[in-house]
Unconditional design. Structure first.
Lengths: 355, 355
DNA sequence: AATTAGCACTCGACTCAATAGAGTGCTAAC
DNA sequence: GTTAGCACTCTATTGAGTCGAGTGCTAATT
């Protein structure tokens, strides 16, 4: 059956109302609040149709209707009006992004904080695993006698370090030499291209007998591992407790525990990243994680060239203010991109050259 | 009135039971479960005494008794039996600590995770503000043309970095020179002793006209600011939702929001740090933060010489398994100290020399 | 043919009284 | 000093009764 104009208007009215009130919407409410020029009886009939088509559901025989996942999907794709951010909201995004930050993960973290504050839902941010990172610099920094700091920087703005012990007899000049060799041989490589042959090469240049090779190599490995285990930042999870959906302790606990299992969130983000849209909306049961079947997730990814360097997502109840979140996401996207460009300077060009 | 032996035994029985069950304890329960050789009537009389003395309280006229803060305090100080960790628990602490970690905040973070897992309460970890930190090394690391990384390392094992833009014309040799000057002049200073005269001195050596001074100085300042804003790590906050004390959404939300205001937690830790005990127990109303008046907090601080470098705390309901938490804290303390010694090498000696 | 008024019916939410049960305090007996 | 016994208190639970929002269907209206 085709959704005629009147049905669409009624569906939209119901979903708009339900997003605001979280109460099942009855025919009389629709007739009263929205000037459709129809009596409640007519609307009642239309609602029965919409339910049969799967856009609405009824919690109990004698209650009003609530939107189904299919209903929300139609709403998001075709019905809802795009909303605009207030001046204050735009300001808070701008000012959060414009504060000097020089590490990517910090930037995303802060973006996530602002998103949860504006939307009043939970939000998350993550940097992807190592597979795509290109090393920009590897340096060995002297700290004190017997200690050196290994620093690894990637093109995506990730900076990691690792403190290692080295023989006290090593001279500063030697450290510089080793540092240069490592830097020379490793920079420009993606992480998964650092393999035994490359290390052999370094070994040859330094001299395998040198007792400084091993600690430095350990430090580099440690840094790379840190880059690999992409952390997920969460913010505003407690916001969710303000919604009637989570007014029951059992539900609330379930949700918060879910948020605590970072592996799962990573999986969520991975699944979504594989899609190609700028902004991605996953509604309720569309989510592959069953535990999330009554949440909706809106995500966006940030890239440098073709390399994904970060993801930000907002998690709310399926009854989410989709248009508001989309507006915030959109603006944030713009600002984060501006900031990333500042952060990485001309790196985009560099990468293209390497191809 | 003095607490005779029998009163003590009854008080202990009640508190032990209440910690387990979270239900008010009646006289009959005490008589039945604990072989005191007394009838419920006698125990009833003793309980009335204990209530009058302030060790017990009665939620309603006709209910059993629950311990008061004063009761818990007496229990903790004099009554409770020390408990021992299981082999598994000790193993999980050991293995968490023995994994190679080279930054202090990482170490504390992981310790906090393990504590919340073992105790099933919430836990927090924090590094203190800058006031006590001594700079161990300051280095300028070349990254690529036009970019340099400033790295600052303190004696407490804190490592911070900041990426800055420098003029593209700066030669690598110049960077090394600048790096050496900064390192020479700043290392060994506590952060609050870095002042204008010191900076003037550096300025003189580099030459105030040099366009590299300012960016590096900015980077150093940024690092120091990062050290200053001591972050608080939280873990296992959702554990608390498993306890009947938080079975009400409003209470749960209150608590979680409290945990989200890091400034408050910092205040809690600061207050407690000023006490001199190894392990510190704050029970319910003893806490200065009113919102925490039905939580108990057990904390311990870690020091290097006389400098506090970290705090770990466990937060639970006042009805907390004090002895278990204490046992875990104790063991963790030992292991963290071992690890800190490895991490900082001979730094303790160094500091003493400087005095 | 579409819309609407009207009405019987459903079902959750709320109120209120009754009841059960755990526990107390007090008195009198041991 | 201890204990058995009893009247009393207070909460939690249960079940009946009521209210109200909302539905689906039918018949009247446009």
């Amino acid at each position: 059956m085709f959704l005629d104009d009147r049905k669409k208007r009624i569906l939209q009215a119901i979903i708009d109302d339900y997003i605001n009130t979280a109460e099942p919407i009855g025919s009389r409410t629709v007739a009263r609040k929205h000037e459709l020029g129809l009596s409640s009886a007519t609307i009642r009939n239309e609602m029965a149709d919409l339910e049969e088509m799967g856009y609405l559901a009824q919690p109990h025989t004698s209650s009003g209707r609530i939107p189904s996942d299919k209903g929300y999907r139609f709403y998001v794709d075709q019905l809802m009006k795009s909303s605009e951010l207030t001046v204050e909201e735009m300001y808070s995004i701008r000012s959060a992004m414009e504060t000097r930050i020089n590490e990517l993960s910090q930037l995303l973290k802060r973006a996530s904080v602002v998103m949860s504050k504006i939307t009043r839902y939970a939000s998350m941010a993550a940097t992807p695993g190592k597979q795509n990172s290109v090393l920009k610099a590897v340096q060995v920094v002297p700290v004190e006698k017997g200690k050196a700091l290994i620093v690894v920087i990637t093109n995506a703005g990730i900076i990691k370090n690792s403190l290692v012990s080295i023989p006290e007899t090593v001279l500063p000049e030697c450290l510089i030499k080793v540092s240069n060799i490592f830097n020379e041989k490793l920079k420009g490589l993606t992480i998964d291209r650092i393999n035994l042959p490359v290390i052999r090469e370094i070994e040859l240049l330094i001299g395998s007998t040198s007792d400084i090779l091993l600690p430095v190599l350990n430090g580099v490995t440690d840094c790379i591992n840190q880059i690999d285990c992409s952390e997920v930042y969460l913010d505003g999870t407690t916001n969710m407790l303000n919604y009637p959906e989570f007014n029951d302790v059992v539900r609330a606990r379930e949700f918060l525990n879910l948020m605590d299992t970072k592996e799962l969130l990573n999986k969520v983000l991975d699944d979504i990243n594989n899609s190609s849209n700028y902004i991605n909306i996953t509604i309720g049961g569309e989510n592959k994680i069953v535990e999330m079947r009554d949440c909706s997730i809106i995500t966006t990814t940030y890239s440098l060239g073709e390399i994904v360097i970060g993801t930000i997502g907002v998690i709310g109840p399926t009854r989410m203010e989709y248009s508001k979140v989309l507006a915030a996401m959109d603006y944030m996207r713009k600002k984060v991109n501006e900031e990333i460009n500042k952060l990485t300077g001309k790196s985009t060009k560099d990468i293209k050259k390497n191809k």
